[in-house]
Design a protein around this ligand. Structure first.
Ligand code: 1CP
Length: 354
């Protein structure tokens, strides 16, 4: 039996948690989405030895190590559990594989018969190595570093289950959601239940914050955005809050645009990730007035040009730095990002004074 660490034991004085609670600290907390990954030589080394990508996610020793790598190198204020959003369909019984250079491939779930083969029966057991990783991290992280758990949001995870891979236009899933709304609703409901269970179990094992990645929410019109992004998120937030009212939840509805306002008013998330397209002053005046924000440097700029990147980092800090703010990218870091650019980013954020 795994012993479980009580949430209260390791939460005390962390800048990241303090900011999420709506307080200003002297320093701006900093972490980067996808901070463990292929831009780090030490990640590529472990990745080579782990065999398949899923094996890396499901082997606690490997997953713990790669989570810690960016913390050792850059001293970020938060570590994010190393796993992937697609372990959720995998654990439900929808086969997932990752091929080098091609991205994920999934068994497609587009009708009742395929859906009937998915189940929650073995779900948490299948994911037990992930919870072991969370527990290792809760013990091994420096005391000032917060631990973030995560999951994909139902809509974003469903895009992979329906399309079978990374999509560009999301036509198949949008068609299915309009043509077979009852079926689609059942799929989303299963993902709401699975995601709620998954995140609660991460918290039980030591995650202090959870983030919901809705990477593809931006392809939906207003009404489907409400149905497939806001409603499922609201249910997941309510399920988590019923068990863990004090654990902050960060929502990241990438590409939401002006729909972000309804998202923050209706879902109950405690903070939002801001993607790289949103105008800074609009976010400051319309979003940061309601809750802490996290973002939003363009990861392409980080990889492309040091001088312009530094200027933009300073602009972001000057715009958001006087209210609760977490520095991050506006989407995940890219594999070809030079490490010295990340070093300059960290130095710029660390040297900034309110
Ligand atoms: O071989 C490799 O190293 C594969 C690259 C890789 C990595 C490093 C994948 C495959 N997943 C991950 C880890 C990962 N994925 C993390 C780890 C923690 C960290 O941030 O350090 C996280 C949070 C994710 C989340 C994730 N996976 C998202 C949401 C965030 C985002 O970037 O939009 C999505 C959409 C995925 C799916 C996924 N996983 C991997 C690939 C190649 C993809 C497809 C991406 C796409 O469709 O564009």
């Amino acid at each position: 039996m795994m012993s479980v660490i009580p949430v209260s034991k390791h939460s005390s004085n962390k800048v990241f948690l303090n900011t999420l609670k709506g307080n200003n600290s002297d320093a701006i907390p900093l972490w980067l989405m996808r901070q463990a990954g292929r831009y780090l030589p030490e990640y590529r080394e472990i990745r080579k030895n782990a065999g398949s990508f899923l094996n890396l996610c499901y082997t606690p020793e490997f997953a713990t190590e790669v989570t810690l790598q960016p913390i050792r190198r850059f001293g970020f204020d938060a570590a994010i559990l190393f796993s992937d959003i697609l372990v959720v369909p995998d654990a439900l019984g929808c086969k997932v594989s990752f091929t080098e250079g091609e991205g994920p491939r999934l068994e497609t779930i587009t009708d009742e018969s395929a859906l009937s083969h998915l189940s929650l029966d073995n779900f948490l057991k299948h994911l037990s190595p992930v919870f072991q990783t969370v527990q290792n991290l809760a013990q091994e992280l420096p005391k000032q570093t917060a631990l973030i758990g995560f999951a994909g949001s139902p809509w974003t995870v469903a895009t992979y289950m329906v399309e079978g891979k990374t999509s560009k236009q999301f036509e198949k899933i949008r068609h299915l959601s309009y043509a077979s709304p009852d079926f689609f609703h059942k799929l989303i409901r299963l993902l709401v239940d699975a995601t709620s269970l998954y995140l609660k179990e991460q918290i039980k094992h030591g995650a202090e914050v959870v983030q919901l990645f809705d990477s593809w929410s931006g392809v939906l019109p207003e009404i489907p955005f409400k149905q497939w992004v806001i409603e499922p998120t609201k249910h997941i937030v309510a399920n988590i809050k019923a068990a863990y009212p004090d654990v902050p939840i960060i929502g990241f509805p990438k590409g939401a645009g002006i729909n972000l306002l309804k998202y923050i008013n209706e879902t109950g998330v405690d903070a939002v990730g801001i993607d790289y397209t949103l105008p800074l002053e609009w976010v400051r005046d319309s979003v940061q007035t309601h809750l802490p924000v996290q973002g939003n440097l363009d990861p392409v700029l980080l990889a492309a040009d040091k001088t312009a990147m530094k200027q933009q980092v300073e602009k972001i800090l000057a715009t958001f730095g006087n209210k609760p703010f977490i520095f991050n990218l506006g989407h995940g870091i890219l594999p070809h990002t030079p490490i010295e650019h990340v070093e300059l980013l960290v130095e710029t954020v660390r040297n900034w004074k309110r």
